[in-house]
Ligand binder design. Structure first.
Ligand SMILES: Cc1ncc(COP(=O)(O)O)c(C=O)c1O
Length: 389
């Protein structure tokens, strides 16, 4: 039986306080996550943090890796816990073994979280960055043709977001993986706008590396995320940062400079983590799994479709049409700039955001949103005072 939406929304107090349509920036925290954060904090305060040492300290991280693995559709040994998407993109981008003159292919829509590691690695390793210029009206075939033109024998890495944070376009990462693998290159995917918003299956995606955050579509706390590293790549993706958690059996190093990593992606984890974030993420994820991840994804699709239909029926709205979507929808409104529209809508309690280059308004529709939220968005748009933009 499907979960009861009223009960679901009761577990997310922030969605009652406003018309919550900006999960792409931050998801609402669930009661399950918040309670676990509070409980962990309470224990740390009262019992002390020394109780976190010893074997039992490993149980939440291990469960969480397994939980994230179910979100990714991969094995737990292919998951490293990170702090956020950008952390995962850095681990992947810096860990690739480059030679001077190698190329990294990326595109004009990337978020700084994926793009800046590319720029920094290119500067340090003397690599060339090949930028694909995407356009909001590009269809999938055009996108692939543009990438096909620049991916070649010198391409060591393609770095791309699965879902564009600007337009909401779902990029065809499986076809891009095929293109880059043909030239022995690798694919790193920024999953900030897909992890928790759509069904993922790492094996069929072809991604070598895939980074997701906890705080957006998984409605978890800040400071926790995950990186998938395809098991075939774990031996080749270098550890850029290392520390005791990156060692086999918690201590496999000696004074000659030898250190041995564990078999799995856990080797990319490096030091003490924030217990409340771990506990909150694990409880929040268990709650989502109780609702059913597939139910979450189906509702996200349904609500995004409804959002798009509603917006398309407003005469002043110019929707960015994308061949497929996860939870993001972007558009402009005749006669008002995106930032002014977002500001005015916030005054009516409708929380969305604008994005730059191209300047668009962005709405996030997630499993907890209902038709009433979207009707409030419509009413808010219809009541806007234009600023002549
Ligand atoms: C596509 C994309 N990548 C990366 C990020 C940065 O995410 P994080 O703060 O988890 O590193 C965002 C955040 O909005 C994003 O939309």
């Amino acid at each position: 039986m499907s979960p009861n939406l009223t009960e679901v929304r009761n577990q997310l107090p922030a969605v009652q306080a406003s018309t919550y349509l900006n999960t792409g920036s931050y998801g609402p925290l669930s009661r399950a996550a918040a309670n676990a954060i509070e409980e962990e904090n309470r224990q740390q305060l009262q019992a002390g943090r020394l109780t976190r040492m010893g074997p039992s300290a490993q149980s939440i991280p291990a469960s969480l890796r397994a939980g994230f693995a179910r979100v990714f559709g991969c094995e737990a040994g292919e998951v490293a816990l990170t702090h956020h998407t950008t952390d995962g993109m850095n681990i992947a981008t810096w860990g690739v073994q480059y030679r001077p003159g190698d190329e990294i292919v990326t595109n004009s829509w990337e978020h700084p979280g994926g793009l800046l590691p590319v720029y920094a690695a290119a500067r340090r390793f003397d690599l060339k960055v090949r930028m694909v210029a995407l356009d909001k009206d590009d269809d999938e075939e055009t996108v692939l043709t543009k990438f096909d033109r620049v991916i070649g024998p010198r391409t060591k890495l393609v770095s791309i977001a699965h879902v564009s944070w600007k337009t909401g376009t779902v990029l065809p990462i499986d076809s891009l993986a095929e293109l880059v693998h043909r030239h022995d290159g690798l694919l790193a995917v920024d999953g900030a706008q897909s992890g928790g918003a759509m069904h993922l299956d790492m094996a069929s995606s072809g991604a070598d590396f895939y980074a997701i955050p906890g705080q957006k579509w998984l409605c978890g706390p800040e400071g926790i995320g995950a990186l998938y590293v395809n098991r075939e790549r774990i031996g080749d993706l270098l550890q850029t940062y290392v520390g005791y958690p990156s060692l086999r059996n918690g201590g496999a190093y000696d004074e000659t400079g030898i250190f041995l990593p564990p078999a799995g992606a856990r080797r990319y984890e490096v030091g003490t983590t924030y217990g409340p974030a771990m506990a909150g993420m694990w409880s929040g994820l268990q709650w989502l799994e109780e609702l059913g991840l597939e139910w979450v994804y189906e509702r996200t699709q349904k609500m995004t479709r409804f959002t798009r239909e509603t917006l398309a029926s407003i005469p002043t709205v110019r929707l960015v049409h994308t061949p497929s979507y996860a939870g993001l929808t972007s558009f402009t409104i005749d006669g008002i700039s995106p930032s002014a529209a977002v500001e005015q809508l916030a005054e009516t309690g409708v929380l969305i955001r604008s994005v730059p280059d191209p300047d668009l308004i962005r709405v996030s529709s997630h499993f907890f949103n209902d038709e009433n939220d979207i009707d409030k968005l419509r009413a808010g748009i219809e009541g806007l005072n234009g600023n002549g933009a």
